[in-house]
Every structure is written in C-alpha cells, then in structure tokens.
Design a protein around this ligand. Structure first.
Ligand SMILES: [Fe+2]
Ligand SMILES: [Fe+2]
Length: 306
C-alpha cells in the first residue's frame, strides 16, 4: 500500500508527484528522499512548482515527494483545486490518480469530521464525491485501483472514508454504475456516522442515538432524503434486531442496507487484533452477523472484492 498516510517516516509523509504542480507558488516546502531514505529539502515554501519541475522529476524516475505531516492539509488543498483535471488526465496511470484521490479523501474526512461540518464543508464533500463517481463511471478500472488503497479504520475519518468508497462499490454492483446513485451512496457512506462527530468511534455501538442525530443534521444541511435516511438506518438489521427503529427486511431503505452492511464489514475488518484478509473478514462477518443482512446484498459485497 502506498497512500498518503501509510508511508510515514517521522514527521514526514510521502505524497504522489501527480497533482502537486500548479501556477501558484508553494504554500509548503517539498522534500525529496535521499539515498539513505531521509527527506532533503527540494523546493522551499513560496517557490514555484509547475509542470516543468514535475516533468523533470518524472524523467529522473521520481514518483513521490515528501511533505511535513503538518502540511498535509495544505497539500490536499493544492491538489483538490486541480483534482478534476487530474482525474480526467488519462496520461497519468489510473493507480496514480487513485492514490491522489484517496490521499485527498483522508484529509477531507479529517477536516470535515473533526467537528460538526457546516454547509460549505458538506458541499466540499459532495464536490469531491461527484469527481470520484464520475471517474468510476468513466473508467472501469478506477474502482479497483481505489479499493486497493483502502485501509482499516483507525478513527472516524479513516472509517468514514473506507465506508464511503465501499458503499460506492456496493451500489455499483446492486443498483448500477450511474453517477447520481454512486454520489448518493458514497455521500451516505462518508456521512453515515456524522452523529458521532466529537465522540470516539468506539461509541458507535453504545451511543444508540447517533443514527437519528445524524439523520436530523443531514436534513438540516439539505442533503438528498436517501442520504439522510441511510444515516438513520445504518444500524438497522434485516431480521429486525437493529436500532433505532427495529425495521425489517426491505422496509430498511436500500442505501441504509448498503451502508449498514459495509459499515459492519469495515468494523470486522478493522477490529481484528491479528491482520486478516478481506475474505476472512467477510467469512467472520457472515458468521457473526447471521441473519442481519440480506443474503443477495452480502453476495454482492463479495463481488466488490473480486
Ligand atoms: Fe454508526
Ligand atoms: Fe460506522
């Protein structure tokens, strides 16, 4: 795995070269890795880093640069501004575009879910997920590339990012690769636990009010009703054993069923003490949550990983 947060060295993080170049001077310094694997200053703050600089590095075989951990947000803002253009650029390998997208997603999630998000932040998430859905619909290999980067959730931002992308993948299997469906599914996944903002993720199972709180919050933000409903229903279970309303089977809205299954899977996958493969996690999910999920939906989740 080679994601923004995964390759950490001390207080530096590795970032893909793609997406950083632009007309504006840098708001943070960029570092290169020397032979000993240590970061050395490459471009200082307020100096330019444009397409010609990136091309020169690429010609030398450089694929990643480094930034200070505390500059991650500045990096994400710079990349986010030109993300749409980068995602359309088929001259950049799909895997590299997916890596940039995933890195930006994690920073957006940390920004937006660090405190109750305002309308502008919710719109920022929407814009980002529209770009993601468009890429997935346009390029069949894109979802696979994104999925390869997903990691177990350490906190609400990680958890929500993974649930967002997997909900998009499951909706693509179940409903079809239609942009609006994929935007709504990923938005529902991204914001399903918004009612937990400010609390530890471990309260997901004990705070029985967070689903309804999230629903009310999302309605106030003017989000589409299926997205709000999914937040409310993500702890409902097929056999009626869920919360908060004890809905049964298809009375649980479809997006709620999709996000609920992905959410439970992500928790099994990230909650294991020993490292577990995806298919083992799916097996544990099937045993531990027997009857809790629609079987057809569970089979479709399996297909998301094939
Ligand atoms: Fe939850
Ligand atoms: Fe969750």
């Amino acid at each position: 795995m080679s994601s923004l947060a995964a390759e950490q060295s001390g207080t530096f993080v590795s970032i893909p070269l793609e997406g950083i170049s632009g007309d504006e001077p840098l708001e943070f310094p960029l570092y290169l890795q020397n032979r000993a694997g240590r970061p050395v200053l490459y471009r200082d703050v307020r100096t330019p880093f444009d397409a010609s600089h990136a091309a020169r590095l690429r010609a030398e075989g450089v694929t990643h640069l480094w930034v200070h951990e505390h500059d991650k947000r500045g990096y994400a803002r710079r990349v986010e501004a030109g993300l749409e253009d980068l995602l359309h650029d088929r001259s950049v390998p799909t895997e590299e575009r997916a890596e940039v997208l995933h890195g930006v997603a994690l920073v957006v999630a940390q920004d937006v879910l660090g405190k109750p998000p305002g309308r502008d932040e919710v719109r920022r998430v929407e814009r980002f997920l529209v770009s993601t859905a468009t890429l997935v619909v346009r390029e069949p290999g894109a979802f696979h590339a994104i999925r390869q980067l997903l990691r177990a959730g350490q906190d609400l931002a990680d958890h929500s990012t993974t649930v967002a992308f997997l909900s998009l993948g499951l909706a693509r299997q179940v409903v079809g690769a239609e942009p609006n469906t994929l935007v709504q599914a990923s938005l529902a996944g991204f914001l399903h636990d918004v009612g937990l903002v400010g609390k530890p993720l471990t309260e997901d199972d004990t705070d029985t009010q967070h689903a309804e709180r999230g629903y009310r919050f999302l309605r106030e933000q003017g989000l589409p009703e299926p997205v709000c409903e999914a937040a409310w229903a993500h702890h409902e279970r097929h056999d009626g054993s869920g919360l908060p309303r004890g809905l049964v089977g298809e009375s649980i809205p479809l997006l709620g069923r999709i996000v609920g299954l992905v959410d439970a899977f992500e928790k099994v996958y990230s909650g294991q003490k020993t490292r577990m493969g995806v298919f083992d996690a799916l097996r544990v999910l099937a045993q531990a949550y027997r009857g809790c999920f629609d079987e057809d939906l569970a089979v479709s989740l399996l297909r998301v990983f094939r």
